[in-house]
Write a protein that binds this ligand. Structure first.
Ligand code: BTN
Length: 336
């Protein structure tokens, strides 16, 4: 059930830009005017901009800048992703929490969002720096009724959804560095960590977790990342672009894109996902260096298979399909 304050908020919002009297709201909801006033005070404390006048009543002006669960799911219109949002100011890792919730029976499409992570996790056992709260940190709990093989492309779908959201909202030329880093001018703007719990032919749950650098300045990143990472606002600043896209816009757009691609996967159709992924690849056609344990080999990335393997032609003419778990790839021309 929706909390009273959000019922009030919805009424004010639907009535905007007009004022509505406290009395009218209290009649509509069957609660006292004092209750209305107290809840509006709470909403204002949460960052909602609501004008109050003794003559005219209340007028909705604007939502808070910061993310909250209600704003993320408000009229989102997705079939599954984001129908339920679980929000934390601070958490160890949204992926960890999503796992616990998945074990405890959370529904398909539940999204875990946090403003800060104290132990954000990256791929290959690395950490994901999330101390400043200037990034977007979220994990999606998926419980598809399909086989692990059918859901193999969920990380590709997630990367594609992030790229589409960034491009549509900002026009920035985001690209996917194989397997699934999102980059802007050769620097990483988003990372994806997918964790799953599967049996041979059954998926218990899959959790794609995404971290998007939203407003970090160069100095906010750990020193070793300062040449390798970039945020959306930093990119906009460096390229004299106007930037008026909130974290909320990005999260909502991403969830909608992912909902579409997830349902395409569920229906067994991954052609669009693979095509979009290839189209937005920063790696295809480039000279790459494949680093495996302490060996380094140079070659050209000539294709990406339908399974998501990177096809590399090495200098000696050998062609191999590389899987993402084993290697790290460096572009020879810049980071991409
Ligand atoms: C990478 O190494 O590129 C993957 C980074 C993934 C970070 C995100 S932030 C939200 C979610 N929770 C985590 O602990 N990690 C992922």
């Amino acid at each position: 059930v929706k909390k009273l304050k959000y019922k009030i908020l919805t009424i004010l919002r639907e009535n905007a830009p007009e004022f509505i009297s406290g009395e009218d709201v209290s009649k509509l909801l069957g609660v006292s005017r004092t209750a209305i006033w107290k809840n509006i005070k709470q909403l204002t404390a949460e960052g909602y901009d609501i004008a109050a006048s003794s003559r005219n009543g209340y007028q909705y002006l604007a939502a808070p800048d910061e993310l909250n669960a209600f704003e993320i799911s408000y009229e989102l219109g997705t079939r599954s992703i984001g129908k339920k949002i679980i929000f934390f100011e601070e958490i160890d890792s949204t992926n960890n929490r999503a796992r616990l919730l998945a074990e405890e029976g959370a529904e398909d499409g539940t999204v875990v969002v946090a403003l800060h992570q104290t132990a954000g996790k990256g791929r290959m056992g690395r950490t994901w720096d999330s101390a400043t709260g200037k990034g977007i940190y979220l994990s999606v709990i998926l419980k598809p009724d399909s086989s692990p093989a059918e859901m193999q492309k969920i990380t590709i779908a997630t990367a594609t959804a992030v790229v589409s959201a960034i491009k549509k909202l900002t026009g920035m030329p985001a690209l996917i560095k194989w397997p699934n880093d999102i980059i802007l001018q050769g620097k990483k703007v988003c990372g994806i960590l997918t964790e799953m719990n599967t049996e041979l032919v059954r998926i218990n749950y899959i959790i794609p977790g995404i971290g998007i650098n939203y407003s970090q300045k160069r100095g906010d990143f750990p020193e070793e990342l300062q040449d390798k990472a970039i945020s959306l606002t930093e990119y906009a600043g460096q390229n004299n672009m106007e930037f008026n896209c909130s974290k909320l816009d990005i999260v909502r757009s991403f969830l909608k894109e992912l909902d579409n691609l997830y349902f395409a996967l569920l229906s067994g159709d991954s052609s669009e996902i693979v095509a979009m992924w290839k189209k937005n690849s920063a790696t295809l056609g480039k000279e790459v260096k494949i680093i495996h344990k302490d060996k380094e080999l140079e070659g050209t990335a000539i294709d990406i298979t339908d399974e998501g393997l990177l096809v590399v032609r090495f200098k000696d003419g050998r062609v191999e399909e590389i899987s993402s778990g084993e290697v790290s790839v460096r572009g020879l021309l810049g980071y991409s």
